[in-house]
Design a protein around this ligand. Structure first.
Ligand code: SUG
Length: 446
């Protein structure tokens, strides 16, 4: 049965803002306190989704989260009405308050790790929401992420959902941002490639010294166990700690893979030769392409700034492999030159399409951060909630919804306005009806 790889992009939430919350993520830190434009951010995201759908791709949508997160603030001792909780927290603990306002669930590459049914022992597609323990503002996402995934992939004959891993740095899990899958055809068993930043239980092993390693080996191995993967089809690799210290906070900032291609920077891995040997061994065919970008052509700094590797590597319906890149790649001379050469050379990548996702890029989120890949066979495609699948009708509904509800400008002080929570809840309530999600948000469950 033929299968495709679908992309489920995160809708940008109504509180999209720049709070400088992600230590180790250069863009997030350098744009801290800049004014954001939630409406433009959401429309940029929708435009990319619509363009991929128009290219004949199966494009899905994942809903944003309820923010400010007054439930987390209550757990931290702020009390009273919702408005009082917001006012007290924003005055008494502004940093904690900002962490509870982020629209970071838009980066759905961090929503979960997904293993296609062809790889899993029980023949179902497995989802494990990422616990995102390394950053407080992201650690409050997994519960609702799980609700949203269950509302979209609800058919238990096809889809299996796990609870996120224990919420501790030892099991720090950042989801698909550190997970890639190789295969000849999407419907066949593939090789699942897990990249981690450090070993949690062995301090003698190499680890970054400046910025945090957000994913542990132990978390990756736990996800592989939960999903029932066959060990001979799994490859683990450690990220180069030096590049984490240069701002490569997820592997998808320095490498991307699809089918029989791994496109990566020379400095991405701690032991590149071992990575190649292990992938070749597990893939067990001679048509695998390792496309290594040398430092002398593109520095790590240029890769981080342009997000050359935070690109989507996809197969169009005519089987051409193309890159979906942010405009920043075209604006960076070294990267633009490299990409022109790449598509002219003899390799599976045929074309580069550029997209404006600047509102997300300024928080360190490129095209690949904005999407969660889900391989679906024909029966599974039919089992997906149809109101989460991009088409002309859904695009019109969602752009109308964004234009009606989203603000043009948001600053840190605007976030403390209790009216924003009322506005956001009304916005999300309407979205759950448009997407037929049921009651996925805490405010709908009370
Ligand atoms: O987790 N930025 C996100 C960016 C996530 C990008 N995802 C992938 N590479 N897959 C993060 O660091 C910044 C929010 C702020 O600073 O306001 C933020 O959360």
């Amino acid at each position: 049965m033929s299968a495709i790889e679908a992309n489920f992009d995160g809708l940008v939430g109504p509180t999209h803002n720049y709070a400088g919350l992600s230590y180790g993520n250069v863009a997030s830190k350098s744009n801290a306190k800049a004014l954001s434009n939630p409406k433009q951010a959401a429309l940029q995201g929708l435009e990319k989704m619509k363009a991929l759908s128009d290219m004949g791709m199966f494009q899905g949508v994942l809903a944003p989260q309820e923010r400010p997160d007054v439930y987390s603030l209550r757990r931290l001792g702020f009390s009273g009405t919702d408005a009082e909780v917001i006012t007290k927290a924003s005055k008494q603990a502004p940093e904690i308050f900002l962490n509870c306002c982020s629209a970071s669930s838009m980066w759905t590459a961090n929503a979960a790790t997904v293993s296609p049914s062809a790889d899993c022992a029980d023949g179902k597609t497995h989802f494990t929401p990422a616990n995102l323990t390394n950053k407080f503002h992201r650690s409050i996402e997994p519960q609702v992420t799980g609700n949203i995934l269950k509302a979209i992939f609800s058919d238990t004959d096809h889809f299996a959902h796990h609870e996120h891993l224990p919420e501790n740095d030892h099991f720090g899990d950042e989801g698909a941002a550190n997970h890639t899958r190789f295969c000849r055809h999407y419907d066949e068993t593939g090789v699942e490639f897990f990249v981690f930043g450090k070993y949690a239980f062995d301090g003698s092993k190499p680890a970054p010294t400046k910025f945090p390693a957000r994913q542990t080996y132990e978390a990756s191995a736990a996800v592989a166990r939960l999903h029932g993967l066959n060990e001979s089809n799994v490859v683990y690799a450690q990220q180069n700690p030096d590049v984490i210290d240069q701002g490569v906070f997820h592997n998808d900032v320095i490498a991307v893979g699809n089918k029989n291609v791994l496109f990566y920077h020379q400095q991405a891995f701690l032991n590149t030769q071992q990575v190649k040997t292990d992938i070749n061994h597990a893939y067990a065919d001679n048509d695998f392409h390792f496309i290594e970008v040398p430092t002398e052509l593109v520095s790590v700094n240029d890769a981080v700034k342009s997000y050359l590797f935070n690109t989507q590597l996809i197969n169009l319906p005519n089987s051409d492999m193309v890159i979906i890149a942010p405009l920043e790649c075209q604006e960076n001379k070294a990267v633009d030159t490299y990409l022109k050469q790449l598509v002219a050379n003899d390799n599976p990548i045929k074309h580069v399409h550029f997209f404006d996702v600047k509102q997300s890029m300024q928080n360190g989120g490129g095209p690949a951060c904005l999407r969660l890949r889900v391989v679906l066979n024909e029966m599974q495609q039919r089992a997906v909630n149809p109101n989460a699948v991009m088409n002309d009708v859904l695009y019109t509904k969602l752009t109308t919804w964004v234009n009606k509800h989203y603000r043009d400008q948001l600053s840190a002080t605007d976030l403390a306005d209790p009216q924003l929570l009322i506005e956001s809840r009304a916005t999300l309530d309407e979205l759950t009806q448009i997407m037929d999600l049921g009651s996925v948000y805490p405010f709908q469950q009370i």
